[in-house]
Design a protein around this ligand. Sequence first.
Ligand SMILES: NC(=O)c1ccc[n+]([C@@H]2O[C@H](COP(=O)([O-])OP(=O)(O)OC[C@H]3O[C@@H](n4cnc5c(N)ncnc54)[C@H](O)[C@@H]3O)[C@@H](O)[C@H]2O)c1
Length: 249
Amino acid sequence: MTGRFAGQVAVVTGAASGIGAATVRGLLAEGALVVGGDLQPDEARDGYTPVRCDVTVEAEVEKLVRTAVEAHGRLDLAFNVAGAARSAPIVDQTEEDWDFTVDLVLKGVFLSIKHQARAMTEGGAIVNVSSLNAHVPMHFGSAYASGKAGAEMLTKNAALELGPRGIRVNAVLPGLVDTPLTAGLTASEVLADDFLDAIVLGRPGRPDEIAAAMLFLAGPEASYITGTSLVVDGGWEITGYPDLRKLRR
Ligand SMILES: NC(=O)c1ccc[n+]([C@@H]2O[C@H](COP(=O)([O-])OP(=O)(O)OC[C@H]3O[C@@H](n4cnc5c(N)ncnc54)[C@H](O)[C@@H]3O)[C@@H](O)[C@H]2O)c1
């Protein structure tokens, strides 16, 4: 087997769709053995074992990691991708929907790191998917953006604690990516021009473009990178200033 991850064992959460599925494809193409956790697990295939796992339930996260170690004898890599949101204005948001969202995007990452790091007895690399919303608020997104900001800080804390054990921990912060999660946004005619104006590269990202950044952070080229955040947003974060080109038109 050849590739950057030949013979390495990886766990991916949220593995059945979008960015997680693209991460699984990338890992398999580069020689890794992959165990994927999802609420709705996808099909097993060569080198890939799907497991039903809710990342907000500790026993299920523990089982996901145990499956990888029992099947392949070790754990080297982990990608914490599972996520979703229940969105509403703060004044209307129910406690239940707040807890659902923050538990998924923050506690789920905590539980995942906890059990993945315990299993990485010979070092390893963990990549968490946060969001551009960790830096940029959005309407109706208080629970999601706050949870994602928490996940970015959790990444730094984990890097601090786990570095001495040879485990690097980093975060990817995607902007708008074309997946089932964002179908309501990317298909919206009302918002289309706003997105095109805001995203320097003029289009949403593809899941494989986010996976590529995650594999970079997990791989040998990133051997001296830990505790950092990589924004992968087509230049969206840098467009907050008024467009001064209007002065010259
Ligand atoms: N798509 C974007 O524009 C975008 C932007 C920034 C960040 N993100 C983040 O990227 C990650 C992946 O999102 P996506 O766009 O690929 O979405 P997606 O809906 O295509 O995939 C998310 C996957 O996570 C799974 N999942 C949901 N809750 C789970 C749980 N409790 N336990 C285990 N699995 C669970 C879903 O079943 C699904 O397969 C999420 O964390 C999301 O917040 C996405």
